[in-house]
Design a protein around this ligand. Structure first.
Ligand SMILES: N[C@@H](CCC(=O)N[C@@H](CS)C(=O)NCC(=O)O)C(=O)O
Length: 207
C-alpha cells in the first residue's frame, strides 16, 4: 500500500499505526497548500484527493481510501491480535475517534496550515481547545491509553493532533496527564521509525 502524507500533519497518525503493526508501506510525500502536488512527479494531487488534503491510502488493488478515521479503522483491522482496534470496544473507539476528528483536529488545523488566515483563528482555537483537552486530561488521569491498557488507533490520532499544541504555543501545564501521555507515546519506537522514514532522503529529495 501507499500512504500519501505530509510531514507534521494528521497523516502521521496513519503512519504511526503502520509502524506499530509493521505493515509494508511505500511513502508518497505531498506538498499541501493552494496548489497541492505529489512531490517527486509533480502530479496535481487533487486528481487523487479532490480537496487536496492528506492522508490518502492507496491499497494494493488500487482502491483509494480517504478520510483519516476510515484509514485508521482499515489499518486497525489489519492487526491479527485485534489489540490496536478491539472489536469489543468498537463504539468506545468510534466515540474517541469522532471526538478527536471533530472537536480537536478541526479546531487546531485550519489555523496551523493556513497562516494566511492571520493570528485571530489561532486565538479562537486556543480558547476552544482548553476545555476540550481538559476532558481528555481527566480521562487520562485514570488510564494510560484512551481505551485503557493498550495503545489503540485512537492514541495514534490523539498523539498526532494534541502534539500540535507546541506549534500553537498552547501550554499543557493545566493538562499534566495529557502532557505525560504525549511523552509516553513519543518514546515508542514506532514514533522514531515513522519520523525517520518521513525525513528519509528519498522523501526529502524533491520537496
Ligand atoms: N477530513 C479529512 C481532513 C484531513 C486534513 O485536514 N488534512 C490536512 C492536514 S492535517 C490537510 O491536508 N490540509 C490541506 C489544506 O488545508 O490545504 C480527514 O479527516 O482525513
Amino acid at each position: 500500500m501507499k500512504l500519501y502524507y505530509t510531514p507534521g500533519t494528521c497523516s502521521f497518525a496513519a503512519h504511526l499505526v503502520i509502524r506499530e503493526l509493521g505493515l509494508p508501506v511505500e511513502l508518497q510525500r505531498v506538498r499541501i497548500g493552494p496548489n497541492p502536488i505529489v512531490v517527486g512527479d509533480g502530479r496535481d494531487y487533487r486528481q487523487l484527493s479532490p480537496l487536496g488534503y492528506v492522508p490518502l491510502l492507496e491499497l494494493d488493488d488500487g482502491r483509494l481510501l480517504r478520510e483519516g478515521v476510515a484509514i485508521l479503522s482499515h489499518l486497525g483491522s489489519q492487526d491479527p491480535s485485534g489489540r490496536i482496534a478491539p472489536e469489543a470496544r468498537r463504539i468506545e473507539l468510534l466515540s474517541w475517534l469522532t471526538y478527536i476528528a471533530t472537536e480537536l483536529h478541526k479546531t487546531y488545523s485550519p489555523w496551523l496550515f493556513h497562516p494566511e488566515y492571520g493570528d485571530q483563528p489561532g486565538q479562537v482555537a486556543r480558547e476552544r481547545l482548553v476545555p476540550r483537552l481538559a476532558l481528555v486530561d481527566r480521562h487520562l488521569a485514570d488510564h494510560p491509553f484512551l481505551l485503557g491498557e493498550d495503545f489503540s488507533i485512537a492514541d495514534a490520532y490523539l498523539f498526532t493532533i494534541a502534539d500540535w499544541s507546541r506549534a500553537l504555543k498552547l501550554s499543557l501545564d493545566a493538562t499534566p496527564h495529557l502532557a505525560a501521555y504525549l511523552e509516553r507515546i513519543r518514546a515508542r519506537p514506532s514514533v522514531a521509525e515513522a519520523l525517520q522514514a518521513e525525513r528519509a532522503p528519498q522523501a526529502q529529495a524533491a520537496a
